[in-house]
Each structure stands twice: as C-alpha cells, then as structure tokens.
Design a protein around this ligand. Structure first.
Ligand code: GLN
Length: 257
C-alpha cells in the first residue's frame, strides 16, 4: 500500500461470520493503525457481495455451520489468493480458518469445499470443544502467549509443510492429533504466502482485542512503514502483566464438553 492512502480492512460477510464479536478485530486494527498515524478504514463486505480485490487486510470470523457454508461459497468465488500474493494479510478465525482450507463439515454431514487458500482440512469431531485457549506462538512470530476462547466441533489437519500459528498450552486448538516437537497440539495456521501473510486461529475474544501484539504484527506485515508505536501513548500500551494474570486465571477453568 502507498504511504498516503488509507489502510483498507475488509470485514468479510459479518452477518455470516460474526459470532462472538469477531468483527471487533476490524475495529482494533483500525484504531491501532490510526493511533500510529496511518489512517485506516473498515470495508464491510455484506453477504452476497463479491470480495473486493483492493483491500490490505481481509478478516473472516467465526460462524455456525450453515452460515459458514454460505460464506464459503462467496469466498470461493473471490480471489483471496491473488490479494495475498500481492501483499494482503488475512486473519481467519474459527469458521474462517476452516473456510480458507480445502474442506470443512456442514450441518448435513457432508464435507463442503473451502476456498483452498491454505492446505488444511477440517473434519467433524466430538465432543464440541468449549473453553479457554492459550497458545504458545511459533518463535519466528516474536509474539508472547496468545489468549482467547474456542467453541468448535471441527478438527483441523494441516497439510504437509504447512506451519501452525503455535502450540497449545491450554485447550484443544486444531485438535486433529498433530503435535510439535514438544508434544503440544497445533493451533491455527501461519502461512507467509507470496508478498502477503495468512494467519488462522481458533481464538475468539475478539483475538486482536485480547492480543494487541498480534494486531500490531498484522499491521506491520501489511504496512512496513507504519510509524513506531509511541511507548508513552496510553492507548498503545500492551498491558501484558495485568492482562496475563487475569487470563491465566481464566485459562485454569478450561473445559472440554
Ligand atoms: N462451525 C464450526 C465448528 O463448529 C466453527 C464454529 C465457530 O466458528 N465458532 O467447528
């Protein structure tokens, strides 16, 4: 993107992919970009509309099975892969993560086609997992622990050579049995692609409100000239210690049912 134009943040099909306030991810990115001197606008993409090709960030949130299948049809007909190859960033949460893969289960028991942006597929699973989720991000992200909660029945398998966002410290995450070298289950996906980046996760929260470091990583990936955060600006403070204490307490209550 050019240094003078506004950062464009596409919020894809919020009526279909908007459970648990995931649309808040757009507001967080917009605010943190604005606060650092880069104007940003949220571009809602209503269900039924084609995906815009000129956005810098594309956000897909969580959704119930039926809306998720409708959303996938729209995403499949767009050119998300082209946008990412050209430098866009995608953040896909829960149903969004499943939609950007190759297949995911629908209410009818059949598998639906995903957008195929990343080589991952999701199968039905039981029990539905509901609870807090704590993720140790892969080291090259430079991110601290990520926190949020998960609510899904799908189990996601990453394709050969596809990297997870991190390892699960609490909760289930992708849940398909794949493990890292420390024996931790995988969570989400981390896929630098072309000049862009695709990040997927089961973390709701909204995840970027809970984890401002991740919001800043996405902004800096798409906007390398973003002015450095002013450490004295209270709006940009990433209050790790207080938040971590609270979140660790919540994480202890993790349950699977
Ligand atoms: N419908 C999907 C599942 O249950 C995703 C749920 C969600 O987005 N919270 O696996």
């Amino acid at each position: 993107m050019s240094a003078t134009s506004a950062l464009r943040i596409a919020l894809i099909y919020p009526e279909l992919l908007g459970t648990y306030g995931d649309g808040g991810n757009a507001l967080i990115l917009q605010a943190r970009s604005d606060w650092r001197g880069q104007p940003a606008e949220v571009v809602p993409v209503p269900a039924g509309q084609p995906l815009p090709s000129d956005c810098d960030v594309y956000l897909l949130g969580g959704g119930e099975d039926e809306p998720q299948a409708l959303a996938a049809a729209g995403v499949r007909s767009g050119d998300l892969a082209g946008a990412v190859a050209g430098g866009a960033v995608v953040l896909a949460v829960c149903a969004g993560l499943q939609v950007i893969g190759t297949r995911f289960p629908g209410t009818d028991g059949h598998l639906h086609d995903g957008a195929g942006l990343v080589d991952l597929d999701t199968a039905p699973g039981t029990p539905r997992v509901v609870g807090d989720l704590v993720v140790q991000p892969r080291p090259e992200t430079g991110l601290p622990l990520l926190y949020g909660y998960e609510n899904h029945s799908g189990r996601t398998t990453l394709g050969e050579g596809v990297c997870a966002l991190g390892g699960v410290r609490r909760g289930l995450g992708n849940g398909a049995g794949q493990r890292d070298e420390r024996g931790r289950g995988y969570e989400g996906v981390w896929a630098p692609t072309g000049r862009g980046l695709v990040v997927g996760s089961y973390l709701h929260g909204p995840v970027l409100a809970q984890n401002p470091h991740l919001a800043d990583l996405l902004l800096e990936a798409v906007c390398p000239d973003l002015p450095v955060a002013d450490p004295h600006d209270p709006r940009l403070v990433r209050a790790d210690s207080a938040a971590a204490t609270l979140r660790a307490a919540r994480a202890r209550q993790t349950r699977v049912r």
